[in-house]
Each structure stands twice: as structure tokens, then as C-alpha cells.
Design a protein around this ligand. Structure first.
Ligand SMILES: [Fe+2]
Ligand SMILES: [Fe+2]
Length: 167
């Protein structure tokens, strides 16, 4: 149950021009193979966070392009964290670093984009965000994640039992 993002055509074109070189690559699209929360894939989640970060940063007169790009790659860890053995160490603590390593391997990023990826889990990871855009993305990520998880729990515990009832 993905919530709708209200965005007009002009904003959508502008957003697309910020991220098209990233989002059109196979490696970014491959995030659609991995579940992030409930039935939301990493790609769904990253686009969700990226679009909202773009909108908020544009409204606040911040660097919306770096925010959109950093947010799109903030969970670019490229594994299913639910599967044991898919990664080393605690996912919550380590995936921001792994996402940055992957992003740097495939793309040229500016320092703001790198910081957005590296600090999005703050305060879980101790390094605080260095830029206002990093704070915005970190906050929006937490809001989107909470909504995605709440929506999954609601669907699983309320909606699905009704669907399974036999007449
Ligand atoms: Fe994350
Ligand atoms: Fe995230």
C-alpha cells in the first residue's frame, strides 16, 4: 500500500532531469529485486525518499538536485537484508557505508551526495549529517520507513485476515 506522492508534471520533469542518469541504469533498477519494508522494494523506497527530499529541499531553497540524487542512492546496499548470510555485520549500522561504497563504484558523486548516503541513519550511526540536505533526507527516510512499516503491519494484521475468510 504505497502512499501517493502528489507532484505536478513540471516538477516531475525537473526531478527526472536531476536523477535520470542514475535511475536509468541497470544497477539502480536492480534495487527492485530487494525487499526493503513489507512489499516495498529498495527501489520503491529510494524513489519515495528521493522525490519527497527533492520537493522539501526545493521548497526550502536548498540544493534539491544533490538531495534527490543522494536520497536515490541512500539504500544502495544491493542485498536482501532479511536473508541471513546476505551481508556481514549488523545491517542497520553498516548499510550506509556499503551503500556509499557501491555508489562511488558506479557513479561520480559530489561531497553533499556522499554525506547524504553516509549519514542517513544518524543517530544510529554516530557521524552526524554535515549539510542541511543530509538532515532533510535523514528525516524523510525515517518518516517514509515508518509509514511503509506501519502500512505493512496494517495490511498483514487487518486486511489480509478478512481476505482469507471463507464464505
Ligand atoms: Fe537506510
Ligand atoms: Fe531508507
Amino acid at each position: 500500500m504505497q502512499e501517493e506522492i502528489i507532484i505536478n508534471k513540471e516538477q516531475l520533469n525537473s526531478y527526472n532531469s536531476c536523477v535520470s542518469d542514475l535511475i536509468e541504469t541497470k544497477i539502480v533498477q536492480s534495487m527492485d529485486k530487494y525487499i526493503q519494508h513489507g512489499d516495498i522494494t529498495c527501489l520503491d523506497h529510494c524513489i519515495n525518499v528521493s522525490l519527497k527530499s527533492y520537493k522539501v529541499c526545493k521548497f526550502l531553497n536548498l540544493d534539491y538536485k544533490s538531495a534527490a540524487r543522494g536520497a536515490l542512492l541512500h539504500d544502495f546496499f544491493l542485498y536482501d537484508w532479511h536473508i541471513r548470510g546476505s551481508h556481514v555485520g549488523l545491517h542497520g549500522f553498516r548499510h550506509s557505508k556499503i551503500s556509499l561504497q557501491n555508489a562511488e563504484k558506479h557513479f561520480n558523486l559530489n561531497s553533499k551526495e556522499k554525506n547524504i548516503i553516509l549519514t542517513h541513519m544518524w543517530p544510529l550511526t554516530l557521524k552526524p549529517p554535515k549539510f542541511k540536505e543530509s538532515f532533510v533526507v535523514s528525516l524523510i527516510d525515517k518518516i517514509c520507513s515508518s509509514k511503509e512499516i506501519a502500512s505493512h503491519i496494517y495490511k498483514k494484521s487487518i486486511i489480509i485476515p478478512f481476505k482469507r475468510r471463507k464464505q
